[in-house]
Design a protein. Structure first.
Length: 354
């Protein structure tokens, strides 16, 4: 079978890259041809990601094989490099690819936060170790398909959303689109894999197990990302208070949004607003009761529920931080950029039970 998409992954040793590689084993149109690393050059995929034993015969290399990548109809580079390293690396790659005779075939999807925020002051505050690169930044489209499907189809470069931001935006966007302008309080909980593969004190199992904590309250880098996606990056019209929490789990994000409708506002029907907003979004499932992590972990689905009592509105959203919150949305974006149905290679249920 012809595979018209060839894949390269920068920073192929981390959890995000491992999840991309797992999902790509089932993609009918894509072939992984090049993997890079700064720390594990020469090692086979199965040594770095043991769960992929028997699926890949590639070794991790120091540099991307651009010729192999662009030999297909569409060459896609996913950057799973850390914040601060991804932006400059992609800038250099795009400069080098600009002289390649098949440069028009290249597409780039950045999984870091280096190109998510459009405004220089917000970027400097939340990603101080990442250069702003204004000219390159203008080429990047914010890659949440449920909001920007048409722009992603036409894009050459996409900035993949953050995992907590994805859940928060999917919980908030239908309300804001329906002209709700009141304060939004968002409580977002995430699994330890969202912090990456490198050992950290807050993700080390003995300190995370049987514990619960908030982190970066009202200062998390995903808050301006949420506001930007809602069309109000500085919170002039839509006030958001965003607090992230650490779950005692490896995978999953559960976000709860609280809102209060204005007195006498009978025009906004929250449940109807959500049904209309997600009518054409295959990976957002509206559920009657509370979403659960077990129903989404391992899948590219985000389950959303809306509860209303008088003027009170509570929206709950659950997703897998490594799939819909990262690698799954990246593949959804790739499908759109390369002219495929966005569900290609992604239409699968969760791992339940986890």
């Amino acid at each position: 079978m012809s595979r018209p998409i060839r894949i390269g992954i920068l920073g192929a040793s981390g959890y995000g890259a491992g999840e991309l590689l797992r999902l790509l084993t089932q993609h009918p149109a894509a072939e992984v041809v090049s993997l890079t690393t700064t720390s594990q050059v020469g090692r086979p995929v199965a040594q770095v990601h043991p769960h992929l034993r028997g699926f890949y015969d590639l070794r991790l290399a120091e540099a991307l094989d651009l010729d192999a990548l662009l030999a297909a109809d569409c060459g896609v580079v996913f950057s799973a490099l850390p914040h601060g390293a991804s932006g400059p690396t992609l800038d250099g790659l795009l400069r080098a690819a600009g002289t390649h005779r098949r440069r028009e075939r290249l597409r780039v999807i950045d999984l870091s936060g280096d190109f998510r925020l459009a405004e220089a002051d917000l970027h400097a505050r939340h990603y101080p170790h990442s250069p702003f690169l204004p000219d390159r930044r203008r080429e990047f489209v914010y890659g949440l398909p449920e909001l920007h499907r048409d722009r992603i189809r036409a894009a050459r470069c996409v900035a993949n959303p953050g995992c907590l931001a994805t859940a928060a935006i999917l919980a908030a966007a239908p309300l804001v689109t329906a002209h709700f302008r009141g304060p939004l309080a968002i409580d977002a909980k995430t699994g330890s894999s969202g912090s990456g593969r490198e050992l950290k004190e807050t993700t080390h199992h003995p300190t995370r197990h049987a514990d619960f904590r908030a982190y970066k309250p009202l200062a998390h880098q995903h808050e301006p990302e949420v506001l930007q996606a809602l069309g109000d990056p500085h919170g002039a019209r839509v006030q958001v208070s965003f607090v992230a929490h650490s779950l005692d789990a490896a995978r999953g994000v559960f976000a709860t949004l609280h809102a209060t409708l204005p007195p006498g506002d009978s025009a906004l029907d929250p449940a109807a607003a959500f049904r209309a907003f997600y009518a054409a979004s295959p990976f957002v499932r509206l559920v009657e009761d509370s979403p659960t992590l077990q129903n989404v972990v391992g899948s590219n689905f985000c389950d959303v529920a809306v509860a209303v009592r008088g003027r009170q509105v509570v929206v709950m959203a659950a997703l897998d931080n490594l799939v819909k919150g990262m690698a799954g949305t990246a593949l959804q974006n790739m499908n759109l950029m390369c002219g495929l149905e966005e569900t290609t290679g992604l239409w699968a249920p969760s791992f339940r039970p986890v």
